[in-house]
Design a protein around this ligand. Structure first.
Ligand code: GLP
Length: 250
């Protein structure tokens, strides 16, 4: 692909909580402008405060999510929706149950689908039928992964089943009782799927993300850092705290 690199709009907030408020305001403003928008949502530690702020705005500032359609990025293969570490469970706990999302309009990939390859195609079709994603929220892994697109993923990749990298399993083991319990496979939107969103907001906080962020926006797009593909997108906002921004330009 010969698409030129585009510098993202990078916002460095004063702290992690400030970054979360900033991202929540971006999301809430899109929802207020287009109440029936299609939003792409992420899991992990990073968006927890973003979702808390959206719930606050729903309760205290009339934020109405009832007409929003949502698509989550990814899910572990083999975890049922009621499993405390499944991403469906995460979304119910951290957002859906406490803001007024319409259950039928929330989509999280089904890691228990009998035919995962077929299901992945259907997930893509659902996104297309809904009109495509207006705004995609992303976090980033320490190794530069976005959703569960590990280093080496193709920029054109679509929703599919993937093997998780050892470093991702280690990083996510903190949410499980032991590393052995972390699923080895996941179903994830592809980088190509993500790049079709009309707007992308990537949030990262903490020193552990500094290297991945610096590499992702260094002006080169390389499969060793999947997030570097975002430089091909014309409408990306990167929201950081100072530690995550500390190695930019180094
Ligand atoms: C997970 C998720 C990603 C997330 C990333 C960072 O493995 N699949 O969507 O962005 O890792 O997670 P955290 O925010 O906990 O650092």
């Amino acid at each position: 692909m010969n698409t030129p690199m585009i510098s993202p709009n990078i916002v460095v907030c004063e702290s992690g909580p400030d970054a979360a408020r900033h991202v929540a305001d971006l999301l809430a403003s899109e929802i207020r402008t287009k109440p029936d928008m299609v939003i792409g949502l992420a899991t992990g530690g990073t968006p927890v405060d973003v979702y808390r702020e959206l719930i606050r705005q729903h309760r205290e500032a009339d934020l109405d999510c009832s007409r929003v359609t949502s698509f989550n990025l990814d899910e572990y293969v083999g975890l049922p929706s009621g499993h405390p570490q499944s991403y469906r469970y995460f979304m119910q706990q951290h957002l859906f149950d406490d803001a007024n999302f319409s259950p039928a309009k929330t989509h999280v990939p089904d890691g228990m689908a009998a035919d995962l390859d077929q299901y992945a195609k259907q997930y893509e079709q659902l996104i297309t039928q809904s009109g495509g994603i207006d705004l995609q929220l992303l976090g980033i892994g320490n190794n530069g992964h976005i959703a569960f697109n590990e280093p080496g993923s193709l920029m054109e990749s679509r929703t599919r089943v993937v093997e998780l990298a050892e470093e991702t399993i280690d990083a996510n083991a903190r949410f499980f009782e032991s590393t052995d319990q972390v699923p080895r496979r996941a179903i994830t939107m592809g980088i190509g799927t993500i790049l079709e969103a009309r707007k992308i907001v990537l949030m990262a906080t903490g020193e552990s993300k500094a290297g991945a962020i610096a590499e992702a926006f260094a002006g080169v797009c390389h499969p060793s850092n999947p997030a570097s593909a975002l430089q091909r997108h014309a409408n990306v906002v990167v929201v950081l705290d100072p530690p995550a921004a500390s190695r930019l330009g180094s």
